[in-house]
Ligand binder design. Structure first.
Ligand SMILES: [Cu+2]
Length: 159
């Protein structure tokens, strides 16, 4: 039995025990991951997180087996106009009926110290932990060909 099968079985067991929580109020769309270069030890993942419930929620943690540490990051411009990455310990709010975008040049999931190579077409299993919705595990494709939507040109730091 693979690790992944075990995880799915565990989730099924939890859903069975608590049928009221079987339907998550959080939907994750358009998720993908990138690494900076082939030899890079870091990478990032981006997605759109939707809250279909009527209670505000918050993404408070993230984890993955592909990196030593996986953190919630954002970009911020410093006094000199340089973009810096910051670890956002309080996480990202996802308002009721709203969404929160993780996008290049903004908020993102950061992989620090990749424990394996990530190539185009690989799949990264990511667990997002929400304050109310709990853990959501998703398979995120590594997409190195995707172009930034817009606004990625400012600052020297890119993923
Ligand atoms: Cu980062």
């Amino acid at each position: 039995m693979s690790v992944k099968t075990t995880v799915v079985a565990a989730i099924a067991a939890v859903s069975f025990a608590f049928p009221a929580f079987a339907e998550s109020t959080i939907a994750v769309k358009d998720a993908y991951a990138r690494v900076a270069t082939k030899v890079s030890k870091s990478g990032a993942s981006f997605m759109v997180i939707e809250n279909t419930g009527d209670e505000d929620d918050r993404l408070v943690a993230v984890s993955s087996e592909v990196a030593k540490r996986t953190e919630l990051h954002t970009h911020k411009e410093d006094a000199n106009g340089n973009m810096q990455m910051l670890h956002v310990k309080e996480g990202f709010a996802v308002p009721a009926g709203g969404k929160h975008m993780l996008a290049r040049g903004g908020d993102h999931v950061m992989f620090m110290g990749l424990t394996q190579g990530l190539e185009h077409g690989d799949v990264v299993t990511l667990t997002l932990t929400f304050e109310k919705a709990g853990d959501i595990t998703l398979d995120v494709p590594v997409d190195l060909e995707r172009k930034p939507a817009h606004g990625d040109g400012h600052g020297a730091h890119k993923h």
